[in-house]
Design a protein around this ligand. Structure first.
Ligand code: ATP
Length: 368
């Protein structure tokens, strides 16, 4: 049981005569037993952050505290942290039992029968007890993943670090393991940092998610908070599928003017906007209502409705993604249930002011 804290963690790599700032002044606190997902696009510094915590990469500056103790000077095996890698990193010449025992034999002086008991119990919990005498090459990807988890669990560490542990599994197994891993972590109650580039994994698994871009932390919050109240344009565009739509707008008196529509704002929103004139309006595809053509006349002259051209309709089963074009750009709406929208037609769309997000066009920070 432990808290894990990063204080102003920075990592620079030399790149010829240049320098890469892989991790840039990251400060973060992971609570005791918390499942924190570190998420961001490829190359944003996730693995480097994890490797520094594990002691596999040196720290340029900053501090790592485990249970309030600095651990930066300790070698990896003395950090009491277990890491699970994307490629499982199992020893091919050892059986499943050997792989699981290895971590324990290395790092502690536990009696042999106690090691055996721990391995057997963990294998049973992970439903791999029938595989203990097999070698990794004789296991499926999903089974190898369980062995890698088992090897981390038997060590009973203060924290788990997981680097994209599900990315080598097929989509169905990945979805299954997502749920299982989350349940397991809850049962074991071990502080965990889980790295992924997949926003769905982040949203479904994290107690909180930490979003990283270009080495910098963008927002640390619950998945729903990141979804409903993104701190900036990057988070807004990264979280949610299909992505949030963005429109460049100018505030003129009491309304926003975009190429293709005008959008009046209420006094409280105007107050949040302050004296900014250049903004970005964000609206999630599921918050856009596509008005049935037979009802369009009801919205004639309504201030939050406008017309747009339907470019493509993508049926997804119980919902459709409808791609629109405007004079200057495009946007997407997600429509649930049966809906008679045809490509090539012009239809009315509307969205309520309560659903819009506004960002400062210069800084990208959320203003509303
Ligand atoms: P991915 O999801 O693709 O694994 P990531 O978010 O884990 O990416 P990192 O592997 O941490 O990103 O890399 C962050 C940045 O640091 C990248 O620009 C990468 O090229 C650079 N980098 C990582 N390791 C080294 C190294 N040993 N030497 C030089 N640059 C490195």
């Amino acid at each position: 049981m432990a808290t894990l804290e990063l204080q102003n963690l920075t990592k620079r790599f030399a790149d010829g005569s240049d320098e890469i700032v892989a991790v840039d002044d990251v400060s973060l606190e992971v609570g005791d037993g918390e499942f924190l997902v570190l998420v961001g696009p490829s190359g944003c510094g996730k693995s480097t952050t994890l490797r520094m915590i594990a002691g596999l990469e040196s720290v340029t500056s900053g501090t790592i505290l485990l249970d309030e103790e600095p651990i930066g000077d300790r070698p990896p095996q003395r950090r009491d942290i277990a890491m699970v890698f994307q490629n499982y990193a199992l020893y091919p010449h050892m059986t499943v039992r050997g792989n699981m025992r290895f971590g324990l034999e290395e790092s502690t002086n536990v009696a042999d029968d106690e090691i055996e008991q721990t391995v057997t119990e963990t294998a049973r919990m992970l439903e791999i007890d029938a595989l203990l005498d097999r070698h990794p090459r004789d296991l499926s990807g999903g089974q190898q993943q369980r062995v890698a988890l088992g090897r981390a669990i038997v060590r009973d560490p203060q924290a788990f670090l997981m680097d994209e542990p599900l990315s080598n599994l097929d989509a169905r197994l990945r979805a299954e393991m997502r749920t299982e891993l989350k349940r397991l972590q809850g049962d074991l109650d071990v502080t965990t940092i889980y790295v992924t580039h997949d926003q769905t994994e982040a949203m479904t698994m994290g107690d909180r998610i930490a979003i990283l871009n270009d080495g910098r932390l963008q927002q640390v919050a619950t998945p729903l908070e990141c979804y409903h109240r993104p701190a900036n344009l990057f988070v807004a565009g990264f979280i949610g599928e299909p992505s949030m739509n963005f429109f460049d707008v100018t505030r003129t008196d009491g309304q926003l003017v975009a190429t293709g529509f005008e959008y009046p704002l209420s006094p409280s929103t105007l107050e949040a906007v302050g004296d900014r004139t250049d903004l970005v309006l964000g609206i999630r595809p599921e918050d856009i209502e596509v008005v049935e053509p037979s009802r369009a006349a009801n919205y004639d002259g309504e201030s939050h409705a406008f017309d747009a051209n339907v470019d493509v309709v993508e049926p997804m089963g119980d919902e459709n993604n409808v791609y629109f074009t405007l004079e200057d750009g495009s946007f997407t709406a997600t429509v649930h249930g049966f809906h008679s929208v045809d490509a090539g037609t012009r239809v009315t769309v509307r969205f309520p002011e309560s659903a819009i997000h506004l960002f400062d066009a210069e800084t990208g920070e959320a203003v509303h």
